[in-house]
Structure formats: structure tokens, C-alpha cells
Design a protein. Structure first.
Length: 502
């Protein structure tokens, strides 16, 4: 009989903590709604007590979602629990997620607490949270480096106090699959009341083993997997949701497990998150990377043409990655455009479709044929909500052996602001002009990259930039057949984010 493994997605909390992955409220809501459509069981919407923005995000997501559980993270202290309780009041299915560290190194150096104090704090915090919510998750931070006997006592204490899910995190990505499987087995055999709670695993990818460790925990009896879209997260990231789900789906005979995920939305979800945080998916990433279903070797091509399963253990259609050759052009109407977006797995309001169609028509004036990759790039590079500055015009002069000059005009609240600047090339000159208009100081351009969305001289150029100001890392994307315009739009996207958080 197959077990059902719940998917706990922490893209909006643990994933957003990664440098350059910050999101505004509108972006978080869009991702949350897509995760609900995907079939995620629990969405960790944020750390409510950490900031007013995080509290507002948890509150808005809790109110908006109707078909999945919404969780808020809390330390094992009353003020955190109170914040989570208040933020989750509008949730159909709320969960308070508590954590405290249990490894000796964390207790001694971070918490400055004795093992007995950690046990007492666990009991008090879980009991307090259980007064407000019937769904309580308890996480033993750094569980995989904790003394097993002590860890078992903490887990037993948490369950006695009211925890309905107990999470075993590999917080620093230290453990191995054999060790994770052994630890889950140990807890099942040594925590007397373990049958009263679900067991979850939360693995980080510091040694590249996050997915393998998660699957080992599931094989040993865990019934919840904590993960993020595309594996984003602190340091080397978290276990990738798409990889866990497709491993369980593809190897059903091995794991005897299933999930509630609608796998045909996996590719769409990965692309959405990538577009919002402004970080491309690595081409060789399993499942959703561009090369995941490509075959260049002649032997492989021959095998796939004869029988797909010779070299494909899953189909691109299974994750919603269905591409056709050129399908649309300048004579295509709104109906055909909307129909193709639906086929690609997108679901938009009439207003959103109208906005995307306008951009599509603009691109058609510059590009003869529009591919699915072009369509996805158009969607990904939509104008962000709350943009302060919008590009009106730009004019560049550049010649070999001389400094480039760029005049940029930006629209701010209906007023057109213009400035000119020199630079070491047209892009540098344009960025200097924008800095002058927006009053941007102390920023460093950390990343600048160009990608083409398709083949041919008229391919769309997609530019990704990342700006650093102090500890803040912001990304931006731009799209155009004119690479200078793409560069300006990408930089402007990042500048608008900086302005909005200033």
C-alpha cells in the first residue's frame, strides 16, 4: 500500500533567505497561489515576527489561500508564537511552526542553554502554541548533529506538549543518506509517543545530498518532505521540490509513496520562481533545467526516436514541459495567444492576458516568429508591481577609442526625468545616467549576463543583473531584441526594487 508524503514548501521563507532571492508581497502572493495550484500541502509563508513585511506576507497569504495549509515560523518564545497566531488568523488551515536547536554546538554557543533548559523551553513553547492552534510543527534545529538520545527526549517532550508534526532538519547539510535513514529509524524505535505525530525531514544541500537525504528519510518512514522550488535557499540551498516529487513518482516501486502534487505544473512553477527572483535555472539542473530532456549524442538520439524510454525515465509532458516549434507571429490574435498560454500551463486574469498580449505584439513588430521560449520570456519579464521609474527613451553614442555617451529619459509619476552620462561602453553609460536620475549611490553591479531566448539574428536578448548595496542583493531582468534596451530594463528593474525597500 502506498503512503502519501506531504509536501511542505518553504520557498517563501527559507528560500527567500538566500541572497538575491527577496520578493515583495505581490510576488509572494503570486508564488503562493501557484504553489496551491501545484498541489502543495503546506506553504510556509514566512517568519511573522521577523519584520512587518514578513508579518504582512504571512497574513495576506493566509487570507488568500483556500485549499492548503499555511504555516508561520516561530522561535520557541511567546512573542514569536503570538505574531504567528495573529498573522495566521485568516487561514483556512493554519499551522504554527516552532523550532529550537538541539545539538551541543548550538546549545552551547548560540542558545547559551543547558540540555534541560532546552527540554523545558520545548515543553513550554509547544504547550503555549497549542492553546491557539491544533496544528503544531516542532523542529529540532541541527537534529542530525545532535545526540540521538537527547534528540529522542526532546521529540517525545514536544509531542507530549501538543506537537502534531516533528521535523528532523539537517540544518547545515552535514549528514548522509545512510545516517538520515538510520536516524529516522532510531527515533521511530526510541520515542514512545512517535505514533502520535507525523515525521518530517528538512535537508540542506551543502554537500549536494539534500534530495538524497530527504528520500532516505522518507524511505525510513518520514511522511513529510520540506523543500523549495528549484532548491533555492540559504548557502547551497534546500532540497529541490521537483526532484523529490519526480523521484517518488518515477520510482514508485522502490519508495511505495505518492504525493498530492500535480506534476504537470512543476515546470511552470520553477519558471515562475526563477523569473521573480531574477535567477536563471541552471541548464543542467535535473527535471526543470533546459538540458534535462535534450539528447545530442547520436546513439541517444537514435534510441529516443526508436523508444523514448531508452534514455528518458520520465517525459517532459509529465512536468508540463511541452514545447512546439514556432507557433505565433504578428498576425496571431488574442485568442490564439491566450490558448497557447493555457497549453503551456499558465492561468491569468483577463487583465493579465491583456498586458502580456500588448508586450507580445510589441515583440512581434521586431521579431518575425515567436517561440514558446519567447512567450515564457515575455511572461517572466513582465513589469513589476509598484515600479517607480519607467523607461521612456534612450539614445546611445559609442565609437571605438572613445567614451560612450547615453541620454536616458525615465517617467516617474507622469513626470519625465532626463540625464546624460559617459561610460566605458554604452551599457555602463546608460547605468550611470540611471543612477544620476534615481539618486542611486553605493551600489555595485555584481552580475551582468545575457541570454538569447531562441536562435536567429532576431532572437530576444534577456539580461540578468544583480546589484549589491551593503548587505542587500537585488536582481533584475530585461527583455528586448535590442540588447542595450534589455540591459537598461534589467537595471531599471533592480533599481525599482532598491527604491521600494529604501
Amino acid at each position: 500500500m502506498q503512503r502519501t508524503v506531504k509536501i511542505f514548501d518553504t520557498t517563501l521563507r527559507d528560500g527567500e533567505q538566500a541572497p538575491g532571492c527577496s520578493m515583495n508581497l505581490a510576488e509572494k502572493l503570486e508564488i503562493a497561489q501557484q504553489l496551491e495550484l501545484l498541489g502543495v500541502d503546506i506553504i510556509e509563508a514566512g517568519f511573522a515576527v521577523s519584520s512587518p513585511d514578513d508579518f504582512g506576507s504571512v497574513q495576506a497569504i493566509a487570507a488568500a489561500l483556500k485549499n492548503c495549509c499555511v504555516a508561520s515560523l516561530s522561535r520557541a518564545v511567546e512573542k514569536d508564537i503570538d505574531a504567528s497566531r495573529d498573522a495566521l488568523k485568516g487561514a483556512v488551515s493554519p499551522r504554527i511552526h516552532l523550532f529550537i536547536a538541539t545539538s551541543q554546538i548550538h546549545m552551547e554557543h548560540k542558545l547559551k542553554m543547558s540540555p534541560q533548559e532546552v527540554l523545558d523551553r520545548t515543553a513550554a513553547a509547544v504547550s503555549y502554541a497549542a492553546k491557539f492552534c491544533s496544528d503544531i510543527e516542532f523542529s529540532a534545529e541541527d537534529a542530525t548533529r545532535s545526540d540521538r538520545e537527547f534528540l529522542a527526549r526532546v521529540i517525545e517532550t514536544a509531542i507530549t506538549a501538543g506537537a502534531t508534526t516533528v521535523n528532523i532538519p539537517d540544518t547545515v547539510g552535514y549528514t548522509s543518506p545512510d545516517e538520515m535513514g538510520s536516524l529516522i529509524t532510531y527515533l521511530k524505535n526510541n520515542v514512545p509517543n512517535i505514533d502520535r505525530a507525523a515525521i518530517s525531514v528538512h535537508c540542506h544541500n551543502d554537500l549536494g545530498l539534500a534530495v538524497a537525504n530527504t528520500l532516505a528519510g522518507i524511505a525510513a518512514g518520514a511522511t513529510q518532505a520540506e523543500c523549495t522550488v528549484n532548491g533555492i535557499g540559504e548557502r547551497a540551498g534546500n532540497a529541490a521540490m521537483d526532484e523529490i516529487v519526480m523521484a517518488l513518482n518515477t520510482r514508485k516501486g522502490l519508495y511505495s509513496c505518492q504525493t498530492n502534487i500535480n506534476t504537470t505544473h512543476i515546470y511552470r512553477t520553477g519558471k515562475l520562481v526563477s523569473s521573480i527572483i531574477g535567477q536563471p535555472i541552471p541548464i543542467n539542473k535535473p527535471i526543470v533545467g533546459n538540458n534535462a530532456f535534450l539528447h545530442e549524442s547520436g546513439i541517444h538520439q537514435h534510441g529516443v526516436l526508436a523508444e523514448k524510454t531508452t534514455y528518458e525515465i520520465m517525459s517532459p509532458e509529465a512536468i508540463g514541459k511541452v514545447h512546439r516549434p514556432i507557433v505565433l507571429g504578428k498576425h496571431s490574435g488574442r485568442h490564439a495567444f491566450e490558448a497557447r498560454l493555457t497549453e503551456l500551463g499558465y492561468s491569468f486574469t483577463k487583465e493579465q492576458v491583456d498586458a502580456h498580449f500588448i508586450k507580445f505584439k510589441e515583440i512581434c513588430d521586431r521579431k518575425k516568429n515567436i517561440t514558446d521560449n519567447d512567450l515564457e520570456a515575455i511572461i517572466a519579464n513582465r513589469e513589476q508591481a509598484g515600479s517607480v521609474y519607467k523607461l521612456e527613451t534612450f539614445s546611445v553614442h559609442s565609437a571605438k577609442g572613445s567614451m560612450a555617451t547615453c541620454v536616458v529619459s525615465l517617467n516617474k509619476d507622469g513626470a519625465v526625468l532626463q540625464d546624460v552620462s559617459l561610460g566605458d561602453g554604452p551599457v555602463d553609460a546608460a547605468y550611470n545616467a540611471i543612477d544620476k536620475i534615481a539618486g542611486i549611490e553605493g551600489c555595485e553591479l555584481e552580475t551582468y549576463s545575457i541570454n538569447s531566448t531562441s536562435d536567429g539574428k532576431d532572437s530576444l536578448g534577456e539580461v540578468l543583473v544583480r546589484l549589491r548595496r551593503g548587505d542587500t542583493l537585488i536582481s533584475g531582468r530585461g527583455l528586448s531584441t535590442d540588447i542595450i534596451e534589455s540591459s537598461i530594463l534589467a537595471y531599471l528593474s533592480a533599481v525599482n526594487k532598491l527604491v521600494n525597500i529604501a
